[in-house]
Ligand binder design. Structure first.
Ligand code: DX5
Ligand code: ZN
Length: 218
């Protein structure tokens, strides 16, 4: 599968969001990643569904929403209405996550599912038939700019093995500490959807950084 790069606008400069987004788009961003935080599921607050509408006014690049929130089903319809193509709730956020994922597909969006660093991949097995993508957190969610947790490398290859037997079309996304030095190894381990916040936006050359991430995969 062709690898994809999804810059996370959490690290963009909101004083000139449009310029940052356009630069990442020029560099070849395949998705834009929206980090939604509620201060309950994670110790931080970011932005709500309005950010998707704002982004739709800036770019035609598809959007994914990473829901770090405790009541995802209340908000999923709002993100779908705002035009988000792919939604990643957390498996740890609700006891009835199957229902959450079903709601996403019933509303016509692509469903992903996210696992925190401490959640074993076996938990995702019953959901595989419903999802397009599994997102493995490689930092504790809540903040950009953290260091990649190295045990995630084995988790990626173990999940790839599991998917090969069950549903090879499912993408593996990695979020947290992704940069041009580690992206190739993550790709070789079996990931193919790379979310990068600070590596892209905390730089002077946003367009060049997206290009560099893509070039590092070759
Ligand atoms: C963390 C978020 C990430 C974050 C990644 O809770 O889910 O998407 O923005 O930022 P970097 O790439 O800086 O680790
Ligand atoms: Zn994220």
């Amino acid at each position: 599968m062709k690898p994809m790069i999804a810059p996370s606008i959490l690290s963009a400069n909101f004083a000139h969001l449009e310029d940052d987004v356009k630069a990442a788009e020029k560099g070849g961003a395949d998705y834009f990643h929206l980090d939604i935080m509620d201060s309950h599921f994670v110790p931080n607050i970011s932005f709500g569904p309005w950010i998707a509408k704002t982004m739709k006014g800036i770019t035609d690049v598809p959007l994914d929403a990473h829901l770090m929130i405790t009541r995802p089903r209340e908000y999923i319809p709002k993100f779908v209405d705002a035009g988000v193509e792919l939604i990643y709730p957390h498996i740890e956020a609700s006891h009835d996550v199957y229902r959450t994922v079903q709601l996403i597909t019933d509303l016509g969006a692509k469903a992903g599912i996210t696992l925190n660093p401490g959640t074993p991949i076996a938990e995702v097995e019953p959901l595989i038939d419903l999802v397009d993508s599994v997102l493995l957190m490689s930092v504790c969610p809540g903040f950009g700019g953290q260091k990649f947790i190295s045990s995630n490398m084995k988790k990626i290859s173990d999940l790839r093995k599991m998917l090969e037997e069950q549903k090879p079309s499912v993408r593996i996304a990695v979020d947290g500490g992704v940069n041009r030095r580690n992206i190739k190894a993550l790709y070789e381990a079996g990931a193919d959807f790379f979310i990068a916040g600070s590596a892209v936006f905390r730089t002077d050359d946003i367009e060049g950084e997206v290009r560099a991430l893509k070039a590092a995969l070759k």
